[in-house]
Design a binder for this molecule. Structure first.
Ligand code: FAD
Length: 402
């Protein structure tokens, strides 16, 4: 691993999600002393019996892979060791027919990976790095800037084990040279930053909820569907999706309007709805598991956030979902967060590690790309739930005309 000389500067990274972990590995490689703070407990110590409840898998695209390779090629090969390449979409119609639509003419793929696995692999990489200290179970509650000491940020945390107002839950404070907020769509770092800069901020929920389902492996751990495909059951206002996992299963996601989900409030309605709209999926998922999921699995909201600028001088910057959460239909939220790390590092190198210049240029130049991708992600819901049907029809028509 090609590392830089130690820089004698300390950085706090808030949030050990996918983006925060990659940022920690990256800043350590650049020679900084990194402390990574995470609200939750170490996921590697968590009881995994309830794993199927939140088993999202993600599509890693060229954008994300390029950024992982940029940080460390060997690490990238290790953490991506269990990706399942998908070379096409498979569109399922009401009669159970399947139509493959390739992603490219030259075998281009996007890749499915288990989110939990990727996060754990990145944490394992962090454990191997002496320049990164990771503190779990600490929640960022406040951010301030020490004017006497060159505006150095002071970050305040409380334990996640007790209530914030419990007097036996004292606030702990730390001072760093700068802070990187990677604490997700509901970022506390962003909220705190808004007290110090004139940040434009917009948040938009779309009227779509999601529920995660699982298509288990078939006999002898074989796949029940073609694993080289991202499977879609597009039905205009709602849709079902499935992406392959390494173990022969698929993680499937149902997306639909909140009112529809509210109305599917008993087993008969769920069964009737699936028999009408996704008849071939019932046996794949298993009737009891399907009914259980609609009754007990959490229903997720989908939010887009836009903000600008992303930094306070050279002292604090937000990246990943903290800066630009987007709906998942373009499969680019994490990929874009990984790209943030690469783009920011290029600018740090360009400005000889003067954070003020690098963060400033990042805010000025990154914003329009991020807005574009958030809008593309929203637009792609129509593409996936509606237009793939038209595309399929057009392909049929073209073939019929040949
Ligand atoms: P998060 O993953 O949200 O991590 C933030 C971390 O910060 C968490 O660990 C949290 O506990 C911690 N934290 C929060 N507050 C505090 C605090 N106050 N103090 C300390 N720590 C804190 N993206 C893709 O690229 N491809 C896909 O296929 C894809 N599919 C998706 C499917 C669905 C259904 C959804 C909902 C999203 C999908 N995404 C996808 C988006 C992707 O999940 C996110 O963009 C990505 O997880 C963002 O990573 P992050 O590290 O920025 O934020």
């Amino acid at each position: 691993m090609n590392s830089y000389e130690p820089r004698e500067e300390s950085v706090a990274i808030i949030g050990a999600g996918l983006v925060g972990c990659l940022a920690a590995l990256n800043f350590a490689k650049l020679g900084y002393y990194v402390t990574l703070f995470e609200l939750r407990d170490d996921p590697r110590l968590r009881d995994t019996t309830d794993k199927n409840l939140r088993s999202i898998n993600l599509a890693v695209s060229e954008r994300g892979i390029k950024s992982l390779n940029y940080v460390d090629l060997e690490m990238s090969l290790r953490v991506l060791s269990k990706i399942v390449p998908m070379r096409a979409r498979m569109v399922h119609d009401l009669e159970g027919n399947q139509k493959s639509i390739p992603y490219g003419l030259h075998g281009e793929t996007i890749n499915s990976i288990d989110r939990g696995f990727l996060n754990v692999e990145l944490l394992n990489e962090i454990d191997m790095n002496n320049n990164i200290q990771i503190l779990f179970g600490l929640k960022l509650v406040k951010l301030d800037f020490n004017k006497k000491n060159n505006d150095n940020p002071i970050v305040y945390f409380q334990s996640n084990k007790k209530k914030d107002d419990d007097i036996s839950n004292p606030i702990q404070s730390y001072e760093f040279d700068f802070v990187v907020g990677a604490d997700g769509a509901y970022s506390q770092t962003r909220f705190q930053l808004q007290k110090f800069i004139r940040m434009n901020f917009e948040q938009e929920y779309i009227d779509t909820a999601y529920i995660e389902l699982v298509i288990p492996p078939g006999k002898k751990n074989s796949y029940q569907l073609d694993p080289q495909h991202l499977h879609i059951w597009p039905r205009e206002n709602f849709m079902l999706m499935a992406m392959p996992n390494h173990d022969g299963s698929f993680t499937s996601t149902f997306f639909g309007p909140w009112d529809l989900l509210k109305n599917l409030n008993n087993d008969e309605k769920v069964l009737g709805f699936f028999q009408t709209n996704f008849p071939d999926s019932i046996n794949l998922i298993g009737l009891q598991k399907l009914l259980y999921a609609f009754k007990y699995h959490p229903k997720g909201a989908l939010v887009c956030t836009f903000c600008d600028p992303y930094n306070y001088k050279g002292k604090c910057i937000i990246i990943g979902d903290a800066a630009h959460s987007m709906v998942p239909f373009y499969g680019q939220g994490m990929n874009c967060g990984f790209e943030d790390v690469r783009v920011l590092t290029d600018l740090l190198k360009k400005h000889n590690f003067t954070t003020e210049l690098a963060f400033q240029e990042y805010s000025e130049t990154r914003n329009k790309d991020l807005i574009a991708i958030i809008n593309l992600a929203k637009e792609n819901y129509k593409e996936m739930s509606q237009r793939v049907n038209t595309q399929q029809f057009q392909i049929r028509k073209t073939i019929d005309n040949l």
